[in-house]
Design a protein around this ligand. Structure first.
Ligand code: ATP
Length: 749
């Protein structure tokens, strides 16, 4: 209890809900005014389902609040059918039934008196005896009345299983009156049908209902859950032995049970099992078909185009004259192969001339009068592509035109551009391909009509995409498509130690860490507190001037989430220093930490539906749309504790308003994991490297981190750790098989 609140006595009162002042749909916490015989009263408590106009009986403690005055803290409540005629009339006329205002309600009650509710339920046609009510309207009134009653009982039923109001409403909307059957027989169905319900929650409900731990439904749902969970770690499938081990750990049931259900799921086409020499690969069906479709569509696009070979050289030379840049042998090859083929992959490390090659390819096709589209997986990468090529590039999501459909499905049908409405272009160039996951690739290919030239550009040595799949590497390893690997580091790029060291790291060679460089430093420190201190000094004092950027633009990258130098801890510290508390900055507590106005944040999942708008300086909306994606970064502009919203401004000035219940989509981003930093570039990167698990602290990770920096890399930690990372080529295995699908199809043809 608050210090400024005083309990006086227990009370039981009844009356109408005059007004719902506030309601939190997650936990049902509600403030409402009721009006009863003794006047108006403010009630505060948890109401799972209530409408304005309802007649309720509440029991609670009468308290006196220093600000809000007298209130009833509700302990119990019951929704009652109003009994006296006045109450009935008020209920009907309260707006609870659409189309019935006070006038009509009064007439109904005058006619049917205390029998009104029975008539509405049992003989609704009699309502049409009243002037102003047609037979159709009578049926509608009765239907609505019935629905309200049904919904109320559904809410009360679901509440006993600890289901929040928000979720209860979704369940009711999905199943209607079938929900009792679903919950009692197979609550695991919820995890399949309703966004936001996972296996764990369904399992909790099942336990409360008393469903056996080895029920078929539970085992099936468990298998599905393990596969989906694997996909959040980037896997498209799991080898059967791993699926078994993980499912057994989750469910604690016999192996035989799992084996049987796997067979059943295969028969039901919910999962796909593919046998190889060593093992059986098991896929959630959606993922299997995504890979299969991608393979088919890529091969369909991969047709040769006839070009006048004689003057190809000539035309290239002319282009070089215009761009005043002579391409090297591999770059030339890339341009020619782009002209000759339907699919081309261009790969290479930093500074090897990928952008320069894209530029020439664009100019080549442009001179042929062809339509060209450019895209990249993230907003930042698209922006960089626009800047370096001088052509407009967009995110792949935007290119495909998000449909804003309310169904977020694994099948990825969120886009207006698809097989029935493909992109209208002759050439499509995608940069930063290492970040494209199988689902996005599937959507992209669906929207790419045969006859379009597809050019995929990326660095195969970057970490694979955050989402499932290993698309770029699989395509390269399949050997099914023309590919050009760029390796020359050009003079200008060779002046940067960031680029030189990145290549050395990639080749497993040691790097100079003597601090004689202008853009690559190691500050040797041995303990976490000292490392944190040094990082703070770098970000707040030294680096902003050195790289000419704001402290917010200097990015801390770290391998881990947990631990003293993990993202979570570092964000707490950095928030405290870079955005200290202040009376004019609202805050919102989240778990153990909080968000504060001014914080740097990152979106951590794809959200295709959320709306954004861009306003000009006069406050007029100049652009709007939907969608924000995993890895997008922004700054908190406003926290409104009354409306329970938090507004973030993302790149390009896109403002997005999050309800407090959606804040699990955001994370502080002063520090981010190296995995999440893919595709982004920052003026300066600061990286603590002390010790960590071998599977994580590897060459690939260090390479990705270093290549994120444009002007300066500073590692704070141990030299020995860096050396070990360069030597360590063990990588966490990613289970993906686009290369196998490509090979299979080619064999069949
Ligand atoms: N044929 C060439 N002759 C001379 N300089 C070149 C040539 N090709 C590229 N360069 C120069 O090399 C540098 C790196 O090239 P570019 O930006 O195209 O590489 P990149 O692979 O796109 O690099 P990153 O991945 O780091 O963006 C640039 O300064 C560019 O002007």
């Amino acid at each position: 209890m608050n210090g400024n609140e005083e309990i006086t006595l227990a009370e039981k009162i009844s009356g109408y809900v005059e007004r719902i002042v506030y309601q939190n749909k997650d936990n049902g916490y509600t403030v409402l005014n009721i009006s009863g015989e003794e006047g108006e009263m403010t009630c505060v408590g948890t109401f799972s389902f209530i409408n304005e106009g309802d007649f309720i009986e509440v029991e609670g403690e009468l308290t006196s609040h220093s600000v809000y005055g007298e209130q009833l803290k509700v302990l119990n409540y019951e929704i009652k059918e109003p009994e006296d005629m006045l109450s009935i009339e008020r209920y009907l006329g309260s707006g609870a039934i659409k189309g019935l205002g006070p006038g009509l309600s009064a007439r109904i009650v005058r006619r049917f008196k205390k029998d009104t509710f029975r008539i509405i339920e049992e003989e609704p046609e009699r309502l049409s005896e009243i002037k102003g009510i047609s037979e159709r309207m009578a049926r509608e009134i009765s239907l609505q009345f019935e629905e309200k009653k049904e919904m109320r009982s559904a809410m009360i039923f679901l509440q006993q299983y600890g289901i929040t109001m928000n979720l209860a409403i979704k369940i009711y909307q999905t199943y209607g009156n079938r929900l009792y059957e679903v919950i009692k027989e197979n609550p695991y169905q919820l995890a399949e049908d309703i966004n936001g319900v996972g296996f764990k929650q369904a399992d909790e409900i099942a336990e409360k209902i008393g469903i056996n731990t080895d029920s078929d439904y539970r085992v099936k749902a468990g298998i599905h859950h393990v596969l989906l969970y694997a996909s959040t770690n980037g896997h498209v499938y799991l080898p059967k032995r791993e699926l078994f081990a993980q499912t057994q750990e989750l469910l604690q049931v016999d192996k035989e049970k799992i084996e049987n259900q796997i067979m059943d799921l295969v028969i039901d086409k919910k999962i796909v099992a593919k046998e190889t020499e060593e093992d059986v690969m098991i896929y959630a069906s959606a993922f299997y078909y995504m890979e299969l479709n991608c393979a088919r569509m890529l091969l369909d696009l991969n047709v040769p185009y006839s070009v006048y070979e004689d003057d190809l050289e000539e035309r290239l030379k002319n282009l070089e004259k215009i761009t005043k840049l002579e391409l090297d042998k591999m770059q030339r090859k890339a341009v020619m192969e782009a002209a000759r083929n339907g699919v081309l992959i261009v790969t290479g490390g930093p500074g090897t001339g990928k952008t320069t090659t894209i530029n020439t390819i664009i100019r080549f096709f442009e001179s042929e009068g062809m339509e060209i589209l450019l895209a990249a997986p993230t907003g930042r990468a698209a922006k960089r592509m626009s800047e370096t090529t001088g052509f407009e590039a967009q995110t792949i999501h935007r290119l495909l035109e998000i449909s804003g459909s309310s169904v977020e499905s694994e099948k990825g049908n969120h886009f207006e551009r698809n097989e029935t409405n493909p992109l209208e272009t002759d050439v499509l160039i995608i940069d930063e391909m290492s970040m494209v996951d199988i689902s996005l690739m599937n959507s992209l290919l669906k929207a790419t009509a045969v006859g379009t030239r597809l050019i995929l550009v990326g660095d195969e040595n970057q970490l694979p995409s955050v989402g499932p799949g290993n698309v770029l590497r699989d395509i390269i390893y399949s050997n099914c498509f023309p590919m050009v690997r760029l390796t020359t580091i050009f003079r200008q790029a060779a002046e940067s130690d960031i680029i030189i060291n990145a290549h050395k790291i990639n080749e497993g060679k040691s790097i100079a860490l003597d601090n004689k460089s202008k853009d690559f430093f190691l500050l040797q420190r041995e303990t976490a507190p000292v490392i944190i201190n040094v990082m703070l000094q770098l970000i707040m004092q030294k680096l902003p001037g050195y790289v000419n950027a704001a402290p917010y633009d200097i990015q801390v990258l770290t391998p881990m989430r947990k631990g003293e130098l993990g993202v979570e801890k570092l964000n707490q510290v950095l928030q405290q220093y870079l955005n200290p508390p202040s009376p004019d900055k609202n805050e919102k507590v989240i778990g153990e930490g909080f968000f504060r106005v001014g914080d740097k944040v990152m979106q951590i999942k794809n959200n295709y539906q959320i709306e954004w708008e861009i306003k000009n300086k006069h406050g007029f909306t100049i652009d709007q749309g939907t969608g924000v994606f995993n890895g997008d970064m922004g700054t908190i502009k406003e926290i409104n504790t009354f409306a329970e919203t938090l507004t973030v401004i993302f790149e390009e000035g896109k403002a997005i308003q999050y309800g407090f219940s959606a804040l699990d989509e955001l994370e502080l981003a002063y520090a981010v994991t190296i995995h999440k930093s893919q595709g982004s570039e920052y003026p300066a990167v600061v990286m603590p490297l002390l010790t960590g698990p071998r599977m994580l602290f590897n060459r690939n990770l260090l390479y990705t981190a270093v290549t994120r920096a444009k002007k300066c890399v500073t590692i704070v930690g141990k030299r020995e750790t860096i050396e070990k990372m360069i030597e360590n080529i063990s990588e966490t295995k990613r289970y993906s098989s686009l290369d196998l699908r490509l090979a299979e199809i080619q064999m069949q043809e």
